[in-house]
Each structure stands twice: as C-alpha cells, then as structure tokens.
Design a protein around this ligand. Structure first.
Ligand SMILES: Nc1nc2c(ncn2[C@@H]2O[C@H](COP(=O)(O)OP(=O)(O)OP(=O)(O)O)[C@@H](O)[C@H]2O)c(=O)[nH]1
Ligand SMILES: [Mg+2]
Length: 197
C-alpha cells in the first residue's frame, strides 16, 4: 500500500492509493462502472465495433456500437479522503487477455462483473483473479430481462470460494456501484491474517 505523495492540494497527503481492476466479459458494464464512480473525467479507449470482428470474437455486435480496446481509467476517493481508489477498467474480449494480465500488475484487488444471461463468460475473469492471487469481489450487474438466481446458486455456478463477497449492483447508479467498491476495499484493507488471500 503506497502513501500518496500528492502535494498539489486536491488529495490529502495521507491518502492511501489502491489500484483496482474492473474486469468481466464483453459488454458486462465495465466502462459504465468506471464512468459512474469516477470523480474525475474518466479516460476511455472505445473503438467502433465492426462486423469484421465477428469472425474472431464471440460478441453480439447488434447490442453495442463501441468496445474498450485498452482500458478505462478513473479515480474515486473513499472515506474522509483517506483512501484513493484508482480504477482500471479492462477490455472484455478474450483476445485481450494479455492486456488484462498487465493491468492486474500492481493491483491490490479486482472487481469481477457478471451478467446472469452469460454466466459462463465470467469464468475467465475469475480465473485471472485467482491466478493473480488477488482479493476480489464478484458483482452481478443487473440487466432487464436477465435471469435472477439466489446467491447460493450463483456461487455454485461460478465455483466461487466462500470467502469471496458476491454483491448485486446496477453499474449506472453511484450508490450501488460504490457499495461493491467499498466491499472490495474493505476486504483489501482487512488485516492480512483475517483474509484468506
Ligand atoms: N440495464 C443496465 N444496463 C447497463 C448496466 N451497465 C451497463 N449497461 C449498459 O450496457 C452496455 C454495455 O456497457 P459497457 O459499459 O460499454 O460494457 P463493457 O463491459 O465496458 O463492454 P466492453 O468494454 O466492450 O467489454 C451499455 O449500453 C450500458 O449503458 C446496468 O447496470 N444495467
Ligand atoms: Mg468497456
């Protein structure tokens, strides 16, 4: 955990910096999540989706016009300014796995977004977080018409370890998005002995 060296007055010098990666399958709401939470104008790297990509990508081009090709970046201060979370939104398409791994370098935790219409597409993100041995929280982003499952069914389907929090959010709503971030940061800051990883 690094101490912020900000001396420009807009972040308290005592603030602790926490790097968090938001990951999940294509179109699950990662860019939306970072944009909702960021208190600065977020950085996005959106490019237009084209039909050419349908040959290699398992994505529903009709539902979205752009996709993240590198990362999203935003910042959210928590508490009384004691904790500054740097949010890195990952790209969603499997061919960007190397980019996601590099975003995980130096991260203190991950937030895995899940869409219950495509649960099987979440495995890769959770595997990457397990591989990186990072604390993480799974956040089910609720879309209209998406199937609703009880928590234990979802945990089973995701083979989620019992110590990993599972929350339900709407990535477009500050209050809801923040709840997931607080759950993750609380877990990250928990004394090492009381956490399983
Ligand atoms: N109903 C609903 N729609 C959402 C929610 N979050 C995102 N969306 C919509 O879903 C679409 C996809 O959102 P993005 O934030 O671009 O998804 P992404 O995961 O960043 O997508 P990629 O970067 O392409 O993988 C957008 O049209 C959002 O408005 C949510 O919580 N509820
Ligand atoms: Mg995106």
């Amino acid at each position: 955990m690094a101490s912020s060296v900000s001396d420009r007055g807009y972040l308290p010098a005592r603030a602790r910096s926490v790097k968090v990666v938001v990951l999940g399958a294509f179109g699950v709401g990662k860019t939306t999540y970072v944009a909702t939470l960021s208190e600065m104008r977020p950085l996005h790297t959106e490019e237009r989706l084209t039909r050419a990509g349908e040959l290699v990508d398992d994505v529903a081009v009709d539902t979205k016009s752009t996709t993240t090709v590198a990362m999203d970046f935003g910042r959210r201060t928590l508490g009384d300014g004691d904790i500054v979370v740097y949010l890195f939104g990952a790209p969603g398409q499997p061919r960007f796995a190397a980019m996601i791994r590099s975003l995980l370098t130096g991260a203190l935790g991950g937030l895995a977004l899940v869409d219950t219409r495509y649960i099987d597409r979440s495995y890769e993100s959770i595997d990457l977080l397990e591989e990186a041995e990072l604390p993480y929280v799974v956040a089910v982003n609720t879309f209209p018409g998406a199937p609703e499952y009880p928590e234990d069914v979802l945990r089973d389907a995701l083979t989620l370890p019992g110590d990993r929090p599972l929350v339900f959010i709407d990535a477009r709503t500050m209050h809801s998005a923040k709840r997931a971030l607080v759950a993750l940061v609380s877990d990250i800051l928990r004394p090492a002995g009381s956490r399983a990883r």
